[in-house]
Design a protein around this ligand. Sequence first.
Ligand code: URA
Length: 427
Amino acid sequence: MIPASLISKKRDGIDLGKNEIESFFSGYLSGMVTDAQMSAMLMAIYFNGMNEDETFALVEVMLHSGTILDFSKSKRFVADKHSTGGIGDKVSIILAPIMAAAGIKIPMIAGRGLGFTGGTIDKLECIPGFDTSPDLALFNKWVDKSGYSIISQSNEICPADKRIYDLRSKTGTISSIPLICGSIMSKKIAEGISGLVLDIKIGNGTFMKSQDQAIELGSWMKKIGHAFNIKTDIVYTNMDQPLGNYAGLSCEILETIDCLKGSGPDDLMNVTLELGTKLILQSGLVSNRSSAIDLQADIIRSGKGLRTFESSVEIQGGKLDEFYYQTEPKHETFVYPTREGVINNMDTESIGWCLVELGCGIQSKDDTLDKTAGMEFLKKTGDKVNTNDPVYRIFCSNKTALETVSKSLSSTIIVSDKQSNNKPTIY
Ligand code: URA
């Protein structure tokens, strides 16, 4: 295989054969293909797309780059949820314990921050001691003990995704349908699950900006899921504004705990319960939507969801009592609108980049995360504001970052005399 000739082929819009995809992507893992060559290939795929055979070949090669888990002997339904990424999206951390408490096993492989979107793993690692990189034997043990476990991509499961995910984040090649399919579906198939619900976000704070793109992505993912015998449901949700009242690192764990105590914000809880309903119906635990919602509401009301979360954190080595003492940021400030009126639009991608700048994401190898960093959304789209009403409370432990971000943030909202569009949380 000559990497440059395959890159040129894809660059010129010529389809690659299954063997060519296999040799290029496995060549990357073995060191024959360099980071620069893989970046060029990712950009060629970004611009020219992939046909069905190429997309399936990509999923296969990523899947077989590591071990595939086997839960075929499990008495419980084994399933998972994955989101295409957004701002303030902590649904996985809330949903997994609720599903485990309902009796569904969730072996979840989640991601770190990607581009301007937040990462489940970065948020969970704010809990001191919380281990997201166990070996597979330990991961299986945790899933058995707690009913669920959330870990990061590893060298054992989908190592190809681990390395390519990082490169895509740095090369502007994230929002490509075949690359998203390869990344998400290989990880999910490798988990050995029988059910899957995908939260495909649509809007200015995610990679799929239009409904058409999102629907195309959804139909590809459904096709791939079914080809691998996984019951696959898709839920399309609004990412034209952040989800919930907080986005950042530790603050999203605190908001998760509020949700599991029954006091989560409506938008966040509606998305969580909708995704949970799909998984519960797939599992056959109940036979209709309202029973699935009641089951989840009972789990939250009784405290079973919170207890499952706390025991899973403990099993993964996390110390919640220490966490509560480490969430306090050194600095905070408020951002005000420049005029009175109604918030008509939030530039959610820019909010995401502001979060990265505050310390919630990494842009280069030398960056470190600031676990105390984040934002509180005191107002959202449709809310009335005046110039004395703060829209954002922003916080972190780096004063310079706070000052820079507070200046950029005021241009992320458009305030008008009346609200012109009121989009639902779930499409
Ligand atoms: N989440 C993933 O795991 N992969 C992507 O490509 C996008 C979101």
